[in-house]
Design a protein around this ligand. Structure first.
Ligand code: ADP
Length: 500
């Protein structure tokens, strides 16, 4: 028998599972630092800590014209980037869809498609004459266009222009790619089509965010992505990258950008507080037990975790707690509830447009807020108006905010780990003092989640205050690395041709 209080008991139980207390967060950060250290010394750890062979960050004076190709998110992009040398740039770009058939088919078919897209771009956006010759250090073959590839998957990089694909993430699983050099796969496709394009640099989107933010802001120490997936790249002392100790690049001293691949934090899930809703997502994903941290954080997954909560409430026995037991095709389908719907629900709840004629924000009535949330659910999930009560709207908003808040707190944990690792902060309650005390700590970010999800950055900062204190948090300067992958790839291509 269900007593009247049992509904609340079920909701409270779910609420409780998604809470992250300060002690848990501090312990998780300690584990995060441990995994950083293991990854820096070892090539076979899920937290891959990949040396990128990028040995410095720009200061905004760089010049040149480059092509950039970006694969790894929801869309594939080809762009032409002109760096003006005064922290500004011009970018022309075209997006191309990558179908599921391409993502999961033969790698050569995928790379032929990439080459065809670059070809189509060059036809519709012909390069100015002397395209790559604008850089005074470059001596390219005439008519060869230099391209930087932003490839946002784990790669074991061996030079600026080569790297072996370690594993696919984010819904990709193209065959006969793992273990191969991604630059060679792309260059072979260009060569098969007799194109005058040379891929000179391989860069991760996080490295792109770091470099482009450094170019436009005059400095940056961390690039972080909170979009389809999540990852971060930061500037590390070469002496800490122990796995490069026997590599000529490692013995030089100085700095190198490390691509952390932090989405794989705690793949063993021994510490992350997984709920049954996370477990259901993981079990039915194409990469069970990989990318554990990413699955609690990023745009590809948050909607699915929330959908699992909502379905458990629809199916609650003996009496449904949501939508009168009804669902829709969207809600029934795996990945059918997109993270952008959660964002829409939160925006509807906040009522961003509810200002009076003088521009002053009005406090909307709860009922009016819930009406707006209901309208989002009707529009985006395909419900009939009559099937969604205001109580249902309140429950969906509650579930969305639980999942999103946990994601933003965990995101702060990754940023805090980099601050501690680089000596800019110490972990709360652990004693000691930071070795660096800069007035401004630059962090370049990219991704729809941090750009559009209401309060994401605010909650991330709350997490930083818990983990490293308010003094450090307020010096952290978080800025969007707009067009980071394109501009980052261009900056990396520039660094590469200087070395040719
Ligand atoms: P990518 O990381 O693929 O380059 P984005 O940064 O746009 O691209 O991230 C796309 C992801 O962000 C998708 O998983 C989508 O669900 C989510 N998303 C799209 N729009 C929003 C939004 N307004 N708020 C929150 N998440 C969003």
């Amino acid at each position: 028998f269900v007593k009247p209080t049992d509904a609340q008991f079920i909701l409270d139980g779910i609420h409780h599972q998604f809470q992250l207390g300060p002690e848990t967060m501090i312990e998780l950060t300690r584990q995060f630092l441990e995994e950083f250290k293991v990854g820096l010394g070892n090539y076979n750890h899920p937290m891959a800590m990949i040396p990128t062979f990028v040995t410095g960050v720009p200061n905004g004076t760089e010049t040149g014209t480059f092509l950039a190709l970006d694969l790894g998110g929801t869309n594939m992009r080809v762009c032409e980037v002109v760096l003006h040398g005064d922290t500004t740039f011009t970018l022309r770009q075209q997006k191309y869809k990558v179908s599921d058939a391409l993502k999961t088919g033969e790698a050569t078919v995928l790379f032929d498609y990439l080459a065809d897209s670059v070809d189509a771009f060059l036809t519709s956006h012909p390069p100015p004459s002397g395209h790559s010759n604008r850089d005074p250090f470059a001596e390219p073959t005439p008519d060869v266009v230099h391209l930087g590839l932003t490839f946002s998957f784990p790669v074991e990089q061996t030079a600026l222009d080569s790297g072996k694909i370690l594993t696919w993430t984010k819904g990709f699983s193209a065959k006969h790619a793992i273990g191969n050099d991604v630059v060679k796969l792309l260059q072979d496709a260009f060569d098969r089509k007799h194109m005058h394009v040379k891929c000179v640099a391989l860069v991760n989107d996080t490295v792109g965010a770091l470099l482009s933010r450094a170019y436009t802001a005059g400095g940056c120490m961390l690039g972080a992505i909170f979009g389809t997936g999540t990852n971060g790249a930061y500037v590390e002392d070469l002496s800490n990258i122990r796995k490069l100790a026997n590599d000529p690049a490692g013995s030089r001293g100085g700095l190198m950008v490390v691509n952390t691949e932090w989405g794989a934090f705690n793949n063993s899930r021994s510490h992350l507080p997984s709920t049954p809703f996370d477990n259901a997502l993981d079990r039915t994903s194409i990469n069970p037990s990989f990318q554990a941290f990413e699955k609690m954080i990023s745009g590809m997954y948050l909607g699915e975790v929330t959908r699992n909560i909502l379905l458990s409430l629809v199916d609650a026995a003996p009496k449904s707690l949501l939508f009168g037991g009804k669902t829709t095709a969207a809600l029934n389908a795996q990945w059918g509830f997109d993270t952008s719907v959660m964002s829409g629900v939160e925006e509807a709840w906040e009522g961003k447009d509810s200002k009076n004629s003088t521009g002053e924000k009005l406090e909307p009535e709860v009922k009016a807020r819930l009406e707006r949330v209901r309208a989002v659910l009707v529009k985006d999930l395909g419900f009939k108006d009559a099937d969604v009560s205001l109580r249902d709207a309140a429950i969906v908003r509650w579930a969305s905010s639980l999942v999103a808040r946990r994601a933003a707190l965990l995101s702060g944990l990754a940023v805090a780990t980099v601050l501690i690792q680089t000596g800019r902060a110490v972990l709360s309650n652990q004693g000691g003092k930071p070795t660096k005390n800069e007035p401004k700590i630059g962090v370049g970010v990219d991704g729809s989640l941090i750009e559009f999800y209401p309060h994401f950055e605010e909650t991330l900062r709350e997490s930083l205050r818990i983990l490293v204190g308010a003094d450090v948090e307020k010096r952290v300067d978080i800025g969007m690395a707009k067009d980071g992958s394109g501009v980052g790839a261009a900056l990396c291509a520039l660094q590469a041709i200087k070395q040719l």
